[in-house]
Design a protein around this ligand. Structure first.
Ligand code: SF4
Ligand code: MG
Length: 338
């Protein structure tokens, strides 16, 4: 069994005054040992809710776990008692966020924050934890760790804070790291350094990574596989090569077409997908992309297309009526396939 994580038919809603917002509607995907899976899509597509569900960080209420399984090393996380989940969180599954200040404790030195997990989860002595904390600071590329270890988060620059957060997350060598827009707030140079760092750590520690992002450049740099989400559903998934070079879903075509390319002029670059995603208070019963899709057919608004395996490697899956044998042949737009 090479799968570290299997998310199966996950449904998560939020109760609001207006009714039930069905944020995640039957999401399934796997993460194998040592691989990076990017989850991409516009804001509100359910990618953050999915990752927070894996960590069981959705506040209930207003969050409601409707159904599904989240198998981590074969154990269903949705069925664990909070006490058991606490042992997994931070130790076996760690998370980093876009804004390090939301997860760093401003009143505690960075060193103490790295040491805490080591003392709590790995039962290290204070001295041993400190040695390990220094190692981690060095590993994430923080200069002069001996003096930095006693500093507070506000004494770190934005990029350094991000590194500190990664050091905390990885100190206990988690099997799975969930990174939600980890570089969005950083400038391009530091962003590249953090991504290199994550790739390096993945190699060194064999950590699996779920990378939540809307930045396809970041995906190309780091991911092995891509899961494309739209309106609370996975509409396409596959290897980076398949998704970037042979995308099959019209929404993915739109995403790829909106990616800036070196050979394009500024004017051609702007190729957003017009329209907005459906209201998840009352999601459409057919394909959620139908209202924005150039290729929508009658069936698209009537019935949700099934997920079909396409391509040759067996991993590429797409949920679109165009894959139906009776559908008309539609070619991806030229700007997508080059
Ligand atoms: Fe477009 Fe229909 Fe495919 Fe949805 S199912 S993406 S509406 S062609
Ligand atoms: Mg988000």
């Amino acid at each position: 069994e090479n799968n570290l994580l299997q998310v199966k038919d996950l449904h998560v809603s939020f109760s609001t005054y207006n009714g039930e917002v069905k944020a995640v509607r039957g999401v399934s995907f796997d993460v194998r040992k040592g691989e990076t899976v990017a989850v991409v899509g516009e804001s509100g597509c359910g990618k953050s809710v999915t990752s927070q569900s894996i960590m069981r960080l959705i506040p209930r209420p207003p969050g409601v776990f409707k159904k599904g399984e989240i198998l981590f090393n074969g154990k269903d996380l949705t069925k664990l008692r909070e006490q058991e989940m606490e042992k997994i969180r931070g130790k076996e599954i760690a998370m980093i966020f876009q804004d390090p200040m939301t997860s760093l404790n401003p009143t505690m030195t960075v060193g103490r924050q790295i040491m805490e997990g080591l003392i709590k989860h790995q039962h290290l002595s204070k001295d041993k934890a400190k040695v390990r904390a220094l190692e981690m600071l060095r590993l994430v590329g923080i200069p002069s760790p001996e003096s930095r270890i006693n500093q507070y988060p506000h004494q770190f620059s934005g990029g350094m804070r991000q590194r500190a957060m990664i050091a905390i997350a990885l100190a206990c060598a988690p099997k799975l790291l969930i990174a939600d827009e980890p570089t969005t707030a950083l400038d391009v140079t530091i962003q590249a350094q953090i991504l290199d760092l994550m790739n390096e750590l993945k190699e060194k520690l064999n950590t699996s990574i779920i990378l939540i992002t809307h930045d396809l450049g970041v995906v190309a740099e780091t991911a092995d596989r891509v899961v494309v989400m739209y309106a609370g559903k996975v509409i396409e998934s596959g290897t980076v090569e398949e998704i970037f070079y042979h995308p099959r879903h019209p929404y993915t075509w739109g995403l790829m077409g909106s990616m800036p390319r070196l050979d394009q002029t500024r004017e051609q670059e702007l190729n957003p997908i017009t329209g907005t995603p459906p209201d998840l208070l009352s999601p459409p019963k057919g394909c959620p992309f139908a209202a924005r899709c150039k290729h929508a057919m009658k069936i698209c608004t009537q019935e949700m297309p099934e997920t079909t395996v396409v391509g040759r490697d067996g991993f590429h899956q797409v949920a679109c009526w165009l894959e139906h044998p009776m559908a008309p042949a539609v070619e991806p737009p030229a700007e997508v396939v080059g």
